[in-house]
Design a protein around this ligand. Structure first.
Ligand code: SAM
Ligand SMILES: O=c1cc(-c2ccc(O)cc2)oc2c(O)c(O)ccc12
Length: 264
């Protein structure tokens, strides 16, 4: 579970729709709130706002991708004109709905108009999570937003799905973008597989790479329940920092977002 810093707690005012505020790594909660209030919320599409508010009532709400990270991801998806993506770790679907709203709306339509039969694995977003129940919390909002047809939800652990995709050579280098927000212990395993699935020039984005700031704290100062993931994230951060196959940017958005661009 989450460990709140007492200094942070003193300066924060929670509202029911903002359970993720504690994840901000900025100087103060006021600063995080300032960014949300002035730049993020006014532009947040209404289906995402609705999904965020529904998720806020769920006990796992602290896991949802933060709206500021979501805004950055939406920008990246549009900058690279992403069409085919993979998402590992769906929960109630904030980042998934964001992706579905950010990729082109006409891509599937054009192929239908041309009457091209799409192979079953050609969905726009392959979204993987062993927990379908939480996905179903956000699903009615995804349906109402008219983007469900872009999503192929796979109820499974991610590694076997990625390995299966890699058995088909046609999938190699065929994805534009991947977002990883699941079990931190497998981040390096996901990285190796996704590097083969994403094209040169494509992006792989990892959430929680500052793990509540614990990556910069001595292990003794970190609560027991956060230690294992902290070690994995530190190992992941060290590994990508010297990986010559990618360019990287670790941004302090939300809980830390590492953007990897495949260059070879
Ligand atoms: C932090 S939440 C994802 C939050 C989501 N991106 C959002 O915006 O709401 C982590 C999710 O990873 C899923 N998960 C855990 N282990 C997994 C695995 N091995 N493969 C795929 N998903 C996994 C959990 O079921 C959970 O729904
Ligand atoms: O506190 C968490 C825990 C997770 C988590 C733990 C185990 C899994 O198999 C998957 C995810 O993820 C989190 C997360 O993504 C976040 O943004 C905040 C907190 C946590």
């Amino acid at each position: 579970m989450i460990c709140f810093s007492s200094i942070y707690l003193k300066s924060m005012e929670f509202t029911t729709a903002e359970p993720f505020l504690h994840k901000g790594l900025l100087q103060s909660f006021e600063l995080t709130k300032y960014i949300l209030k002035t730049n993020v919320y006014p532009r947040e599409p209404s289906p995402l706002k609705e999904l965020r508010e529904v998720t806020a009532k769920h006990p796992g709400n602290f896991m949802s991708t933060t709206p500021d990270s979501g805004q950055l991801m939406g920008m990246l998806l549009k900058l690279i004109n992403a069409k085919k993506t993979i998402e590992i770790g769906v929960y109630t679907g904030y980042s998934l709905l964001l992706t579905a709203l950010s990729i082109p709306h006409d891509a599937m339509g054009i192929e239908l108009i041309r009457n091209i039969k799409l192979p079953t694995d050609s969905s726009m977003i392959i979204a993987i999570d062993p927990n379908k129940e939480t996905y179903e919390i956000g699903l009615p909002i995804i349906q109402k937003a008219g983007v469900e047809h872009k999503i192929n939800f796979i109820e499974s652990q991610a590694l076997p799905v990625l390995d299966k995709l890699l058995q088909n050579k046609d999938n190699e280098g065929s994805f534009d973008f991947a977002f990883v927000d699941a079990d931190k212990e497998n981040y390096l395993n996901y990285h190796e597989r996704l590097l083969k699935l994403v094209k040169v020039g494509g992006l792989i984005v990892f959430d929680n790479t500052l793990w509540g700031g614990t990556v910069a704290q001595p292990e003794e100062a970190v609560s027991e329940d956060r230690k294992e993931s902290r070690r994995s994230i530190i190992e992941f951060n060290n590994s990508v920092s010297i990986d010559q196959r990618i360019e990287i940017a670790l941004t302090p958005s939300g809980d830390g977002l590492t953007i990897c661009r495949r260059i070879r």
